[in-house]
Design a protein around this ligand. Structure first.
Ligand code: CMX
Length: 434
């Protein structure tokens, strides 16, 4: 058995027993109350799922197994310029332990070994118009691999419940290994006339993805390591993670579950916001007729957007109540690697302008930037101007978290997810009774 798989198996079995005992002996312990505001307000804050890989705090932001983004950058094995490798984050999320550089290198090689893309993926993608939205191509590309699912095959052969996690582990490892290849293929067919680039297995996961996209720039490789690390997981309740978990709980295999989650990520209130942000900034630049807008000009444009009944993309969050540490990490990266960029300076000016305006509306719970407010400007800086592709990059990264969590769910024997719904008559009756 692979070292990572063995380590996971040891930990998961022990936790499975522990949680079974807790559920049996203490299952009636009350942990929270649900309000009508939560029922009518998108279930914010209702604790209803187990998620081992990360935890989101409203003010401190994301913690991967307890580690903040700066701590992850410091502790995880990194590339030559010091940005953490997502391979290490996957190891950390799956085992709770910081891996050594050798363990991370072995994982890189393992993923290279597993990156065997079935021909039907390319045939299927090639049958679609090249201008099909890249996120649509991405989910179709993932679905085109589903017939390879180890879980589905073994389940049909009578896989016992105690071995679900093993098959899900195999699918998840294969899927993560294959995703950058499928994603790069989509990029090159959609935007580079189908001139595809062979992988380079001497590179780590992120650098190889950058290479297949068409860049061997050392700084861009570093950006990709950081990007794939910070977008990987944001606890379980966000729409893409929750969707993967929900679909996986029906024992749909990881291909089915992950592609479902990618359809959730493709919504403008979630992952598509990275595309919306950069579009909105360029529309503002066009409308104002300057690449160096003043704060006053930006404020006017923000007001115009709000007056049109639209949201300011890249701002606000369902959980966070402070600037997103993932925004801050990208800002630090830009400060270190990008010296002069009008576009990035504009992103920072927007950061100064937008929060007080949103606060002034009196209804926005979090006026601060989220992860999507910064990522597009960095990608444009490195020559990736195809905005509709940005959410695919987010999706490749999100695989690390949601698939690691999916392996945990099956190892812990989590059941079919089935919360309760109510009717509006029931809601009105609660108020009347009170
Ligand atoms: N611009 C304008 N209005 C905003 C706003 C923004 N950026 N963020 C929230 N609001 C509004 C909401 O639309 C809502 O208005 P109504 O009551 O009129 O419907 C009100 O403020 C209250 O919303 P909230 O409780 O503060 O925010 P939610 O938890 O409902 O929604 C989010 C969170 C992210 C969907 C919302 O802030 C938003 O639409 N932001 C812009 C889109 C975006 O950047 N999404 C990416 C999030 C990160 C990610 O998943 O990738």
């Amino acid at each position: 058995m692979e070292a990572l798989k063995q380590k996971f198996a040891d930990k998961a079995l022990a936790l499975y027993q522990e949680l079974r005992t807790i559920a049996k002996e203490k299952g009636s312990t009350k942990v929270d109350e649900v309000t009508l505001g939560q029922v009518l307000g998108g279930a914010r804050g209702i604790k209803m799922m187990l998620w081992e890989t990360s935890q989101l705090d409203a003010t401190k932001g994301i913690r991967f197994r307890g580690y903040s983004i700066p701590e992850v950058k410091e502790k995880l094995p990194s590339g030559p310029q010091g940005e953490p490798k997502p391979e290490g984050l996957f190891w950390l999320m799956l085992t709770g332990e910081v891996p050594t550089a050798e363990q991370v290198d072995a994982l890189t090689q393992e993923w290279h070994r597993r990156a065997d893309i079935p021909q039907q993926v390319y045939t299927t993608l090639d049958s679609m118009p090249a201008d099909t939205h890249p996120m649509t191509q991405f989910t179709i590309g993932i679905m085109a691999m589903q017939s390879d699912s180890v879980f589905s095959r073994r389940y049909a052969e009578g896989l016992p419940k105690s071995e679900y996690w093993d098959a899900v582990y195999e699918d998840s490892m294969n899927l993560i290994a294959r995703l950058p290849h499928v994603a790069a293929y989509i990029y090159r067919r959609a935007f580079k006339g189908g001139a595809h680039i062979e992988p380079d297995t001497s590179l780590d996961y992120s650098a190889n993805y950058a290479h297949m996209l068409g860049s061997d720039d050392e700084d861009f490789r570093s950006l990709m390591r950081l990007y794939l690390t910070i977008h990987a997981d944001h606890e379980g309740g966000n729409a893409s993670a929750h969707t993967v978990s929900l679909v996986g709980s029906t024992l749909s295999d990881p291909y089915l579950a992950f592609s479902a989650g990618m359809n959730a990520l493709a919504g403008p209130l979630h992952g598509l916001a990275n595309q919306e942000v950069i579009k909105w900034i360029f529309e503002m630049i066009d409308s104002l007729g300057t690449e160096t807008p003043t704060e006053e000009q930006i404020a006017d444009y923000v007001q115009q957007t709000l007056d049109e009944g639209k949201v300011i993309p890249g701002y606000g969050h369902a959980v966070l109540r402070e600037p997103d540490p993932r925004f801050t990490a990208q800002r630090r990266f830009a400060e270190q690697y990008v010296k002069d960029s009008d576009l990035i300076t504009t992103v920072w000016k927007i950061f100064d302008v937008v929060p007080p305006i949103l606060q002034g509306l009196g209804k926005v719970k979090n006026p601060w930037p989220n992860v999507d407010a910064h990522s597009g400007a960095l990608l444009v800086h490195y020559g990736f101007r195809e905005f509709s592709y940005y959410t695919v990059l987010f999706g490749v990264s999100r695989a690390f978290g949601v698939l690691a969590a999916g392996i945990w769910s099956r190892a812990l024997g989590m059941p079919l997810e089935r919360p309760k719904s109510v009717t509006s008559d029931w809601v009105k009756a609660q108020v009347k009774d009170n």
